[in-house]
Design a binder for this molecule. Structure first.
Ligand code: EPZ
Length: 421
């Protein structure tokens, strides 16, 4: 098991370029398996979760290769199997998008129950509700989800819960269904818009992505043959912006879509953090004479404050002046990392879905672990601000979602090294 060794106290400064969105790429690589021809996808980060996705697609029979420039060329025309039973399906959450793609391609699909970060129950009932509405029968047996339809037809679907995964999965399955599908109470995340734009580039007819009503008019063919570039990763960008504020540094994140970062930049300005924005960059810094102020947060579906920046933000709040509250509205158990943070001297009390954070903590280094992807990133941020040395173990959970993480952090001046046990 590998770990990071971080010596805290350095101010981060300089520029960092944000990679392509992991969560958009998971949906887009899966959606590519629905196409009737090859396609090329650019700005795909070289991270474990996506490399696993490629392995699973190859095991289905698709031809996938990474070009010298990092782009992926995918040709699904050679797919022979509608069963995604590669063992690594269990390792990532995004593999469940193959249900929608293979159902759309073969009118049936079967995959192992998906994996993903463990912060409470991660039900998939809304995905199943959507597939059943389109005419499929759903069974779960021997650890596999099986969906099958005589004939996929458009339907009016009202999601009970705003779900990113269900919205993407149903959108993919409906792209070639006969007639029109309407998804009401759809999630609005930027990566949902990216999957819709990818499918439209390849011949689909999807309107309204990014709003809570998405209309998909089924088409008979998705001829593909085009190239598509993934949007920048909103959560990676936010992680570096928070690291800049936490170390009282001055960092410009490049290759971002500023509008996607507004839920964070708005709160940063509330906290006395200076923010300047250009067409595709955001600069974050602290004026020396200004104090970091406490603030209250509520995680919500986009355009609310993203749950995937909750752990990293909580670390920042431990060093602010005054007491803050972090209300986690999306996941039932996403404060497990607080136990580690407390061993570093943070004063945080958990009351149900709320973390009450007493500011003014002087964090000190110790040995902690990456409990999941974003909690792991939060532990690195805590190490950057802590006095002394921090070891973060189980860092594969971090590197699965952040491309060139240690290289980018070092480029900004972080004293961080990788130790392979
Ligand atoms: C996606 O997970 C992301 N993962 C998560 O990011 C992110 O935290 C989450 O969206 C919310 O933004 C990927 O995109 C691979 P949901 P997903 O379906 O799709 C409930 C990261 O760090 N729900 O939007 O699984 C669910 O319990 C990861 O990159 C149902 O009840 O999330 C939760 O309370 C961690 N039934 C809420 O909806 C369902 O069928 C939102 O879940 C589906 C979801």
């Amino acid at each position: 098991m590998s770990s990071y060794i971080i010596r805290g106290g350095n101010r981060l400064a300089g520029e960092v370029s944000v990679s392509g969105s992991k969560n958009a790429a998971l949906g887009i690589i899966s959606a590519a398996m629905l196409l009737d021809g090859p396609c090329k996808i650019e700005n795909i980060p070289d991270i474990a979760d996506l490399n696993v996705m490629v392995e699973i697609c190859k095991a289905l029979g698709a031809q996938v290769k990474r070009d010298p420039d990092g782009a992926l060329t995918l040709d699904p025309s050679t797919i022979t199997s509608w069963e995604a039973t590669h063992d690594k399906v269990r390792h990532i959450r995004g593999s469940y998008y193959l249900l929608g793609a293979l159902l759309g391609r073969f009118s049936k699909a079967s995959i192992y129950m998906p994996g993903g970060c463990n912060f409470g129950a991660r039900p998939i009932d809304q995905h199943m509700k959507g597939f059943e509405a389109l005419g499929a029968t759903v069974t779960i047996e021997y650890g596999k989800i099986n969906v099958e339809a005589q004939h996929l037809h458009g339907e009016h679907i009202f999601l009970d819960v705003v779900s990113v995964g269900a919205t993407i999965n149903i959108m993919i399955a409906a792209a070639k269904a006969e007639g029109t599908t309407v998804i009401e109470n759809a999630a609005r995340e930027p990566h949902i818009v990216d999957v819709a734009n990818f499918l439209n580039t390849m011949g689909a007819n999807i309107r309204g992505a990014g709003t809570d009503v998405i209309r998909i008019t089924g088409v008979q063919q998705l001829p593909a043959g085009a190239t598509y570039s993934i949007i920048p990763d909103q959560i990676e960008a936010g992680t570096y912006m928070l690291a800049a504020a936490l170390t009282r540094g001055d960092v410009t994140v490049r290759n971002v879509i500023p509008r996607h970062m507004e839920p964070l930049t708005a709160k940063m300005e509330e906290m006395n953090i200076s923010v300047d924005t250009g067409d595709d960059w955001i600069r974050v810094w602290m004026e020396p004479e200004r104090e970091l102020l406490a603030a209250n947060f509520k995680t919500m579906p986009y355009p609310g404050f993203p749950t995937d920046l909750q752990p990293q933000t909580t670390v920042l709040l431990t060093t602010a002046k005054g007491s803050s509250k972090m209300l986690e509205n999306v996941w039932e158990n996403r404060f497990q990392y607080v136990d580690d943070l407390k061993t570093m001297g943070a004063d945080v009390m958990i009351a149900g879905h709320v973390a009450i954070i007493a500011g003014g903590s002087a964090l000190t280094g110790t040995k902690v672990t990456a409990r999941d992807l974003r909690a792991g990133a939060a532990m690195v941020l805590a190490g950057l601000a802590a006095d002394g040395e921090t070891e973060v173990t189980d860092i594969n959970k971090i590197e699965r979602g952040y491309e060139n993480f240690i290289k980018k952090m070092r480029h900004l001046g972080a004293d961080i090294t990788r130790m392979d046990s």
